[in-house]
Design a protein around this ligand. Sequence first.
Ligand code: 5GP
Ligand code: MN
Length: 338
Amino acid sequence: MNKDDINSIKTLLSSPKAIVIIPHKNPDGDAIGSSLGLYHYLKQFNHNVIIIAPNDYPDFLKWMPAEASILKYDNQKENCDAVITNADLIFTLDFNALSRIGDMEAIVSHSEAVKIMIDHHQQPDDYATYMYSDVSMSSTCEMVFNFIEMLDDLDKINSDIATCLYTGIMTDTGSFRFPSTTSKTHNIIGQLIKKGANNADIHNQIYDTNSYARLQLLGRALSNLKVIPEYRTAYITLSQEELNAFDFKKGDTEGFVNYGLSLKGIIFAAIFIESHQDEIIKISLRSKGDFSVNEVSRTHFQGGGHTNAAGGKSELSLSKTIDKFISILPQYKKDLNP
Ligand code: 5GP
Ligand code: MN
């Protein structure tokens, strides 16, 4: 995003607009945090701003300021279609391809609205009028902070914006420990706390709201953990039957994949979660160092993401998906062998 882009966007935003903000499907803390952070910023200028999420998200995100105003496309399609059709401006946040918004893809790709992408995923598609894409960024929330700074509006950051942006930076950096966390990230976090983000309270809202059933499900996931030391790999499976037995709710498996990566010597971890509803196995991949799970997911599992965190899916059965996973490991022998 260069100076000319910023000036054009400043001009666009200088009069009231109908603005839609869209995070990716199955939104996470960064997707919802960045959408709400941007929402609270734009609302200060008399724009009509509406966030439309493709579908629902976990309960542990349902406390952020103005969260209740977010529309969900999958349960009010007609209303959302009308809002999108009337939009002057569409911000797409925390994703790199319109296929990531599921059933919203067609109407958004045909919309004549000016589109602004803010995102940190690898290999972005070229659908936006203005593109702020930077794969070195810890999170889209960090980029929304930068975007507000580029617009010379840091003084407009209030405690609602600070709370939302803090949340997404925290969740996408694994609480500030992933390598994408830079001194600039910490500097921004410092400014957000100064502007009113309550760090202890946010951490508590996100991480300390476990149900007993979720901890039991974690217990099952950990007892299913398998290790393949010759490829420094670990993986977890959860069948639909197991999810049902522990009263699974959206978001309950968030973070489970990281336990594999916490094993000494392991640099590649995966979790395979069966979904009868979606008729797929949902896959999360994580790595340490240079081993690119984005590449693994794009090549074998219809997904993508970042070097050290990616998602994907498989239409095979759970056991066939595991067979496939194990069968591809030798291709990565050079990177994975100890
Ligand atoms: P998670 O494993 O937590 O679902 O996702 C890890 C990272 O990969 C996130 O940044 C997420 O946005 C991205 N991701 C997850 N699923 C997909 C997918 O199906 N396609 C692409 N391109 N990225 C994905
Ligand atoms: Mn993100």
